[in-house]
Ligand binder design. Structure first.
Ligand code: 5RP
Length: 234
């Protein structure tokens, strides 16, 4: 089997495990990305077979996917409290701290996670790390004043003893998020104190949100060949 097929298979197994925790009548948050896509596909099969749930999406892409599959989907304003959100991640550390935003949906993902009583993360084993930071940290910024905001971000890194390149996603044709913002990807290599970095980034005007998700995930379903391991407890 090609490595890519195998990885997609692992993502689907992680998604399948999360589905075991979905109960009739639940209000669900649906994540974004290739792993979350598997979850939405599998949920669509259950809904077609009669499962009753109501959902909110973390991106326009997931909204369209869910709608296409006949999954009842509404807005977070219509349904501001959720029972469970299932989403992917770019990195998961042993304390279930996450880097998210590789797919560009981190702002809505964090808002939806914050509206949920529980969040489950679905990943393949390659996403599990001892320390966050090898994956470039996505930071969502307002286009206005980009150069200035980026300097503040770099100064914040320096003040914390962190170094690394900051790259505007998309370069000359910047990637635009569902919220109309840009993303700066920050290759830090390692983030020794994610809480401190998160708190520092949150003080910068022009930073809409950062991809450090701390205190959101209750459990991570990690697919390895042959088994899905659970970190934490949902
Ligand atoms: C999107 C995200 C995704 O959940 C994250 O990038 C993982 O994506 P994938 O499952 O495709 O690897 O945070 O903003």
């Amino acid at each position: 089997m090609a490595a890519n097929d195998n990885r997609e298979g692992l993502k689907r197994e992680a998604a399948r495990r999360a589905l075991d925790f979905v109960e009739p009548g639940m209000r669900l948050g649906l994540g974004t990305g290739t792993t979350a896509r598997h979850f939405v596909d599998l949920l669509g099969e259950k809904v077609a077979a009669g499962l009753k749930v109501r959902c909110v999406a973390t991106s326009e892409a997931t909204f369209a996917q869910a709608k296409g599959l006949g999954i009842p989907i509404t807005t977070l304003d219509d349904m501001p409290e959720l029972d469970l959100t299932v989403d992917g991640a770019d990195e998961v550390d042993p304390e279930l701290r996450l880097i998210k935003g590789g797919g560009g949906a981190l702002l809505r993902e964090k808002i939806v996670a914050a509206a949920s009583r529980r969040m489950a993360v679905i990943v393949d084993e390659a996403k599990v790390v001892a320390r966050l930071g090898a994956f470039p940290l996505p930071i969502e910024v307002v286009p206005f004043g980009l150069v200035s905001t980026r300097r503040h971000i770099e100064a914040a890194f320096a003040s914390l003893g962190l170094a690394g390149a900051t790259n505007l996603r998309g370069g000359a044709k910047p990637f635009v998020t569902d919220g109309g913002h840009y993303i700066v990807d920050c290759g830090l290599g390692a983030i020794p104190d994610p809480e401190r970095l998160a708190a520092t980034l949150s003080t910068i005007p022009g930073v809409v949100e950062h991809g450090l998700f701390i205190g959101y995930a209750r459990a991570a379903f990690v697919a390895r060949s042959g088994a899905v391991e659970t970190l934490g407890r949902l």
